[in-house]
Design a protein around this ligand. Structure first.
Ligand code: ZN
Length: 345
């Protein structure tokens, strides 16, 4: 089979032919139809410190956002059958640790990640454990199946807080930020402040729903604009997706007294925060969010997508084929894009 392969611990990616993977008793074999590019794939492409820190596999097939058709199942598999249309949950929980046993599989103590610790989905076939397969309804196309995983992160983050009638700031309008805007808009948020340094992304953000105010901090004062709309109170909730120090500091400044902050974007450095003024005196609540709740976020995502309250397709801006995987990653890296799909079949 054809696959986008990370051959060594240097920058780059090669398209090579590999044998079709074999399944174990608890696994399923998927013929991949659509995959999507994530920031993690950029790290792996570059092979930076992050890859060493998370102990990423090497050599390895990359890619973890995907959907496809089940073509083989292991002897112990009960809930999935051949011919099922599935999307992949990226996180492989151990099933035995304290987190797994208390309903928090998504922060398993022994977490393995598809396309980071196991061979991924930028390939014609991928194997995953039965427990990581999410059956897609017939009316959801494979293309949407491939972006359930990042969409589910936005769902997980937004539903930590109250949406209806609330002012919400979203710092960082990459694909998860755009999904977050859709979820906030579908939930009836009052004003949604979409904040990003990139005008291409702000233009996309504007199309994600209603009551969206886009702000480019390079050109205007975020605090002044938010104050104008909220009568100097600030927002009820800030969703931090930029992963930048300044974006995160801004999020803390924007929340009102009693406000909430949802941290999702990953920083490469430590972030200095004014806790006295922006957390303690405000009695703010802080949530850290990683991945999707398994499988609460998936049920919610499916309900939102099937009811057409959200249109995740609007976040997709580019398509490439598998041979163009490197080009797809470079396009994601330069930033003038929404979600990038790799059409595998
Ligand atoms: Zn576990």
């Amino acid at each position: 089979m054809k696959a986008a392969f990370k051959e060594n611990r240097k920058k780059g990616l090669t398209i090579i032919d590999l044998p079709k993977p074999k399944i174990s008793n608890n696994e399923i074999l998927i013929k991949v139809k659509k995959a999507a590019v994530c920031g993690t794939d950029i790290h792996l492409y570059e092979w930076n410190n992050w890859c060493e820190n998370v102990n990423a596999k090497n050599p390895m097939i990359i890619g973890h956002e995907f959907s496809g058709e089940v073509i083989e199942i292991g002897n112990n598999v009960k809930s999935i059958k051949i011919g099922d249309k599935v999307a992949g949950e990226t996180h492989i929980p151990c099933g035995h640790c304290e987190m797994c046993k208390t309903g928090k599989e998504h922060i398993c103590e022994n977490m393995q990640i598809i396309g980071v610790h196991t061979d991924g989905a930028f390939a014609e076939y991928v194997t995953i454990p039965e427990s990581c397969a999410w059956k897609l309804p017939d009316n959801i196309p494979y293309e949407i199946g491939a972006i359930y995983e990042p969409f589910g992160i936005a769902v997980h983050g937004l539903y930590k807080t109250t949406i209806t009638g609330k002012d919400i700031a979203i710092t960082g309008c990459g694909p998860i930020g755009l999904f977050a805007i859709q979820v906030a808009s579908a939930g009836g948020a009052k004003n949604i402040f979409a904040i990003d340094l990139n005008d291409y992304r702000l233009k996309l953000a504007k199309k994600m729903g209603t009551n969206i105010i886009t702000i480019n901090p390079k050109k205007e004062s975020v605090v002044n604009i938010v104050n104008k709309y909220t009568k100097n109170k600030g927002v009820d909730t800030a969703i931090e997706l930029s992963g930048s120090i300044i974006g995160t500091q801004t999020s803390f400044e924007l929340i009102k007294k009693g406000g909430k902050i949802v941290l999702i974007g990953l920083h490469s450095d430590k972030v200095p925060i004014d806790f006295v003024n922006n957390v303690i005196y405000k009695e703010a609540t802080i949530y850290g969010i990683t991945g999707r709740e398994m499988y609460d976020s998936w049920y919610k995502a499916t309900a939102l997508i099937e009811s057409r309250l959200v249109e995740p397709k609007k976040v997709i801006t580019h398509h490439f084929n598998l041979e163009e995987a490197e080009k797809a990653i470079k396009t994601a890296q330069q930033g003038n894009c929404g979600k990038i799909i790799i059409d595998i079949e």
